[in-house]
Design a protein around this ligand. Structure first.
Ligand SMILES: *[C@@H]1O[C@H](CO)[C@@H](O)[C@H](O)[C@H]1NC(C)=O
Ligand SMILES: *[C@@H]1O[C@H](CO)[C@@H](O)[C@H](O)[C@H]1NC(C)=O
Ligand SMILES: *[C@@H]1O[C@H](CO)[C@@H](O)[C@H](O)[C@H]1NC(C)=O
Ligand SMILES: *[C@@H]1O[C@H](CO)[C@@H](O)[C@H](O)[C@H]1NC(C)=O
Ligand SMILES: *[C@@H]1O[C@H](CO)[C@@H](O)[C@H](O)[C@H]1NC(C)=O
Ligand SMILES: *[C@@H]1O[C@H](CO)[C@@H](O)[C@H](O)[C@H]1NC(C)=O
Length: 871
């Protein structure tokens, strides 16, 4: 470890010198593709302006592009725009109007920019219109304010991108048509950019069908013909920060982050290799995607046995009833993969196997650094008013040498239906009932700039041996810094520039729900509570088992929580969160439909029932899962979400004992913006788990969940309720009792009798320490959920090595006191890790006598712990 540090410091110094000696180093902006035509039109504006993304917006009043202009109004927005772009003015009308662009033959991007706000006497709710271009319907009865409210990044700004192929001599016409007499249509900006002929469209002269999109479920390839229009649904750089339009290959495409859509565990490997020059090919030319896309990725992780147990999964919300074109970007740069067969995996699209031998090196003629694009077409059954998910899953091929799967980029396009339609439904108004949240300014990732700089340097010096060595050193260093994704979630958030459908939830009719539960048959009931009853049911002709929660009708508070839960859950996807399938609110019913979680609540498996007691290791794994779920809630979504009701009955266990955090009825969006650090709110939650700070001061922060989770950790350790009125006074409150024992150094006394002999002493100590740190009075002193995940993972490692005989297991809780001293002395030199992205590391004390000890334990010091004399 020390050696590495010195090495790193030396490297840093050399790098510094290098920087000084190359004063005029600038990041080369090579435009790979220069479009023949770019129109960036500021609608309703009479001035020209340019924006930092490199666009020059021409006011439409200076052009002859607009027809029927006499019926339209050019008006400024009543409030200034917080975003750069054509958002100061709009073109609006109560009757139809058309822009007509003189463009050459060939495929074009057509981009529409909207800002849903008030213009003169045009109010946002009355903006209700369709947009057509040639034979294509781009938007149908589009309610701009509803879409803006429900957009992936709620706010005023909406963006849509289409690909249209223009035939000889035709103009590109875009027509805006108000839906009703009193509604109006509007537009803030239109952009048309030409693209390479065969980037997305199929070259009819190429007979070889190998590169054509393969139709999922069938073997025939489908060419993307010139009479198809496409709508870009997703363009994602996998595993790292977004790439703005200005850094595209010249077509002004923006590449969003993918972390909102990853639903399984995954690991990011950044900058695997920044030296190897990418070798583009005829089938994947250099304008296909920016280099950066191919230099960052997501994979499953280093543990091959674990990787064989899950699928690396993305879930992309879409509209049913359309065919989609899915493009996957790959590039092999891993020094550990050298020949075909070293790494090969399965790919499933919409749960159908499309590749049983995905081998990137094989696809690229055994050459490293060759980008590859694979395309699939998939028809999503259902009517066009339904929302669905398109899933992408990857799984190691068991015969591959390395058991892993990985991906660099995703593009997903909707293809027009046979009537030329591309439009989906408006989002459900339910989503829009919740208060509008201010637009989220995207955080800039500090490592983004260092990395770009680094790439430039690496490029500049790659010929020089000494310097290359330093670079290699850095690469090795970086490679070690692979981060489990859910530790990084939230550090890279999208900027809201893409067009994402957002109402992710399915609507059930009351008839469907009745059918699923045999008309709320008591036999189907699996739970009951103050809110109402829970039934187990089957939907989709019995194919899917769901839990159906029927809220007691009438209560106003219940209604709020109902809306709240749909709002929260429909945005969230994580292995450790229960997912919402849909809802029903017909005929005064409030019904929520969830995935069914087989084994019920965590509490049922630790006390109060006849269930066999869970082993310590199982309990630890469950705690880790639940903590990951909470960490994701706090940092993984657009806005911090505070659960507010963390308890052992809200942690469910599936058939594989995976923990799923549930019940989001009380959840709140956390503080937004840097000046706010808490949300003031009415105190809600469950007795025994309530954060005293929240209770006393009504200040809600994510640390209130950390507190409640600390209570859960103690429950798991002790196998008892947080409050027990029937025991002696000192023991009534589990938290107080545990604190008391911990300070006496005899936490062993609290351990569940069924766990006696299972817990290694150092494991107990660490576990107790993290639990009590969660329970500190002062919220700011409590660790973040990220820290808790880290420590619990470490505790599990300790436990594993104890079981494997590396360190002795104690026979009973009483032995704990004696072993504790030995334990402390071996740990006092524990160091803080350089978790690169972990801001807000909690290095403060935990109220114990060893308050000077730091608690974040890097995984790689673990080996040293097994050898106490090693230091
Ligand atoms: C991209 O590829 C084209 C054709 O192979 C080549 O002419 C051009 O120089 C390349 N551009 C860059 C920036 O590499
Ligand atoms: C805006 O730009 C267009 C196209 O470059 C030009 O024709 C026009 O004169 C400019 N108008 C103003 C007001 O600068
Ligand atoms: C559009 O949505 C808004 C809610 O954002 C609603 O108030 C309005 O009535 C809707 N307009 C139409 C024409 O449906
Ligand atoms: C485009 O619109 C113009 C003006 O409205 C019209 O003259 C022309 O026929 C239209 N062209 C196409 C291809 O629809
Ligand atoms: C991965 O996904 C496929 C397709 O849905 C499924 O058949 C398979 O069982 C999954 N594997 C695991 C380990 O979950
Ligand atoms: C898309 O629309 C065009 C024009 O209406 C039509 O010719 C084409 O067949 C449609 N594509 C599909 C896949 O249905």
């Amino acid at each position: 470890m020390e050696k590495t540090c010195t090495g790193f410091a030396l490297g840093a110094i050399l790098l510094h010198l290098l920087l000084l000696s190359l004063p005029n180093l600038s990041i080369a902006e090579v435009t790979v593709y220069s479009p023949d035509e770019i129109f960036s039109i500021g609608c309703g504006s009479s001035i020209n302006s340019s924006t930092p993304d490199g666009r020059n917006w021409i006011g439409d009043s200076n052009t002859k592009l607009l027809h029927d202009s006499q019926n339209t109004v050019a008006a400024p927005a009543l409030t200034p725009s917080t975003q750069q772009g054509p958002y100061t003015y709009a073109r609006l009308s109560h009757s139809q109007f058309t822009y007509s662009f003189p463009v050459s033959t060939g495929p074009k991007f057509l981009r529409l920019f909207f800002r849903s706000t008030s213009y003169q006497n045009f109010d946002p709710p009355k903006a209700y219109f369709s947009v057509k271009s040639g034979p294509y319907t781009l938007l149908k009865d589009f309610n701009a304010s509803l879409n803006a409210d429900a957009d992936d990044e709620p706010g005023e700004y909406l963006f849509r991108e289409y690909c249209i192929h223009l035939e000889d001599g035709k103009r590109l016409n875009i027509t805006f048509i108000p839906t009703t007499i009193d509604s109006y249509a509007f537009i803030n900006g239109i952009e048309i950019v030409s693209m390479p002929s065969y980037l997305y469209y199929t070259n009819p002269d190429v007979v070889d069908s190998a590169g054509l999109p393969q139709l999922v479920g069938l073997t025939n390839p489908i060419p993307i013909e010139n009479n198809y229009a496409l709508e870009t649904k997703y363009r994602l750089r996998v595993g790292d920060a977004e790439i703005p339009a200005s850094q595209d290959t010249g077509m002004l495409r923006s590449w969003d982050v993918d972390n909102k859509y990853v639903t399984s565990q995954s690991v990011l490997s950044l900058d695997i290799d920044t030296i190897t020059k990418l070798r583009f090919t005829k089938t994947t030319p250099n304008y296909t995607a920016p280099d950066q896309v191919y230099r960052s990725l997501r994979n499953m992780g280093p543990d091959s046995s674990k990787n064989l147990r899950f699928n690396l999964t993305w879930q992309l919300p879409i509209d049913s009833g359309f065919t989609y074109l899915l493009r996957l970007h790959f590039c092999e740069l891993d020094p550990g993969v050298n020949k075909p067969g070293d790494l090969s995996f399965y790919i499933f699209v919409h749960d159908q196997l499309v590749e049983d031998w995905a081998d990137v090196l094989g696809w690229s003629d055994e050459q490293k650094g060759v980008p590859v694009v694979r395309q699939y077409a998939v028809f999503i059954q259902g009517n066009q008013h339904q929302r669905a998910y398109l899933s992408l899953k990857m799984h190691p091929n068991p015969t591959s040498l390395a058991k892993d799967a990985k991906l660099n980029g995703i593009e997903l396009f909707k293809i027009n239906d046979s009537t030329g339609n591309l439009a989906g439904p408006n989002p459900d108004p339910l989503r829009a009932q919740t208060p509008e949240v201010p637009h989220h300014s995207s955080e800039k990732k500090s490592n983004g700039t260092t990395r770009t700089l680094f790439a430039a340097i690496a490029g500049a010096v790659s010929g020089v041996v000494l310097l290359s060595l330093i670079v290699v050193f850095f690469l090795v260093k970086r490679k070690k810094n692979v981060a489990v994704d859910d530790k990084k979630e939230g550090t890279s958030r999208g900027s809201g520039s893409s067009s994402l459908p957002t109402n992710l939830c399915r609507y059930f009719s009351i008839a469907e729900v009745r059918a699923a539960t045999n008309n709320f048959d008591k036999l189907f009931m699996v739970g009951a509570g103050g809110f109402g009853n829970v039934y187990k049911g089957y939907i989709d002709d019995g194919a899917t088992c769901v839990a159906i929660k029927r809220l007691k009708p009438g209560s106003q508070q219940g209604k709020q929580e109902f809306v709240n839960e749909i709002e929260m859950l429909s945005q969230l996807r994580h292995l450790n969160l229960v997912s919402l399938v849909g809802y029903c609110n017909e005929s005064n019913e409030m019904i929520l439909v969830y995935e069914f979680i087989d084994r019920g609540t965590l509490r049922e498996h630790i006390y109060g029932t006849d269930n066999p007691s869970l082993s310590w290791k199982h309990r630890l794994q469950i705690c880790i899962g639940a903590s990951r779920g909470l960490h994701y809630l706090h940092t993984g979504a657009k806005h911090m979400i505070i659960h507010r009701d963390v308890k052992s009955t809200n942690i469910l266990l599936d058939e594989k004992w995976v923990a799923k955090v549930s019940d989001f009825g009380l959840s709140r969006i956390g503080p937004i913006g840097s000046s706010m650090t808490h949300v003031s709110t009415q105190v809600k939650g469950s007795i025994g788990y309530l954060d005293p700070e929240y209770y006393k001061r009504q200040r809600l922060t994510e640390k209130s969940d950390v507190y409640s989770f600390g209570v859960v950790l103690l429950e798991v350790l002790s196998g008892r309720q947080p409050l027990l009125r029937t025991v002696e006074k000192q023991q009534v409150s589990l938290v107080d009792w545990a604190k008391h024992l911990y300070h006496k150094g005899s936490l062993g006394a609290i351990v569940d009798a069924k766990l006696k002999g299972q817990i290694a002493p150092q494991c107990l100590h660490r576990f107790g320490e993290v639990a009590l740190s969660c329970l500190l009075e002062d919220g700011t002193q409590r660790p973040s959920m990220n820290d808790v995940v880290g420590v619990l993972e470490f505790v599990l490692q300790l436990q594993d090595s104890a079981v494997n005989g590396v360190v002795p297991l104690v026979v009973s809780g009483e032995d704990y006191e004696d072993s504790e001293d030995m334990f402390s002395s071996t740990h006092s030199s524990m160091q803080l890790s350089d978790h690169s992205n972990s801001t807000g590391l909690n290095t403060t004390s935990y109220g114990s006598k060893e308050s000077d000890r730091l608690m974040i334990v890097p995984k790689n010091v673990f080996s040293e712990i097994n050898d106490p004399k090693g230091r």
